[in-house]
Design a protein around this ligand. Structure first.
Ligand code: COA
Length: 257
């Protein structure tokens, strides 16, 4: 892998994926998107990995957006493909991943970088993080799900303000509006994020996967029915039997991976 570092924390059952183009503020180019896709496809089958943390290398950025240099000469057809392929290969893959994905935002999360974080299930930020969707300043709009996911997280009014003004907000404001779940000092970001990841790791993996899928459909008209189906499918799992037995026997459950 040229543009990502893959750090497996075996004992914690966590993988950290570092986006590694610090000289370009970790901007997402097509090669990087393919590398991330490949990594996620592999992780999705690795039972010993229970959750994923995505972060950026360097001091300045999580990801400062899609690589502007790559699409500067695009026309309509290539623009459509850029958006659709990116969603299919990466952004929707993260949103519907079968394990919890946490974005550990260590600096700028702009444009496609914030959209990447919005696709993740939880967002944690450093005190110096700055978040924004500046695409309207480039004569574009967010094309990797930002116009859909941001309003679901912070509400229509604030999302329109962020997108239409393109302004960056600081970590404390992002925390106040629910865009990031927690803020930590830079030097504690990964350690604290692993701690949060470990709190998912004690749960039934099938339950986490079903919960992610059901929550993702919460704004769709079929969300209620998807929830009922996901709920019912869990009754046939051994982890359901284990969870209920452990409760009744007043002990901690030991879930299969
Ligand atoms: N795409 C491609 N390259 C990018 C990039 C992006 N989204 N964001 C930063 N870079 C590159 C810069 O071009 C620069 O490369 P260079 O050294 O070859 O000129 C390098 O990363 C460092 O960025 P620079 O702008 O010099 O850093 P800065 O500290 O002065 O400013 C930002 C930081 C984040 C404010 C600024 O880089 C920026 O506005 N980036 C674009 C953000 C954006 O519009 N994202 C949405 C894209 S859809």
């Amino acid at each position: 892998m040229n543009h990502i570092n893959y750090i497996q924390k075996t004992e914690e059952h966590v993988v950290i994926i570092e986006i590694n183009r610090p000289n370009h503020l970790n901007a997402l180019n097509s090669e990087l998107i393919l590398e991330l896709e490949k990594s996620l496809d592999e992780i999705s089958h690795q039972k010993e990995i229970r959750s994923v943390i995505i972060t950026g290398t360097g001091d300045k950025a999580f990801v400062a957006g899609a690589d502007i240099k790559e699409f500067k000469d695009f026309g309509i057809k290539q623009g459509l493909e850029l958006s659709q392929v990116g969603k299919q290969k990466l952004f929707n893959k993260i949103a519907f991943f079968n394990k919890p994905v946490i974005a550990a935002i260590n600096g700028y999360a702009l444009g496609g970088g914030l959209e990447l974080a919005l696709s993740a299930h939880i967002r944690i930020a450093t005190e110096n993080a700055q978040l924004g969707l500046p695409e309207c300043s480039l004569g574009l709009i967010p094309g990797y799900g930002g116009t859909q996911r941001l309003p679901r997280i912070i509400g229509l009014g604030l999302a329109k303000e962020m997108i239409l003004t393109g302004k960056m907000i600081k970590a404390n404001e992002a925390h106040a509006i629910g865009l990031v779940n927690h803020i930590f000092p830079k030097e504690e970001l990964i350690e604290k994020t692993i701690k949060i990841a470990k709190s998912f790791n004690t749960k039934s993996p099938e339950s986490l996967c079903a919960a992610i899928k059901s929550i993702n459909h919460s704004f769709n008209k079929d969300g209620d029915s998807i929830e009922s189906h996901e709920f019912s499918k869990l009754f046939k799992t051994t982890n359901f039997k284990e969870g209920v037995s452990a409760f009744l026997e007043k002990r901690k459950p030991i879930f299969n991976k």
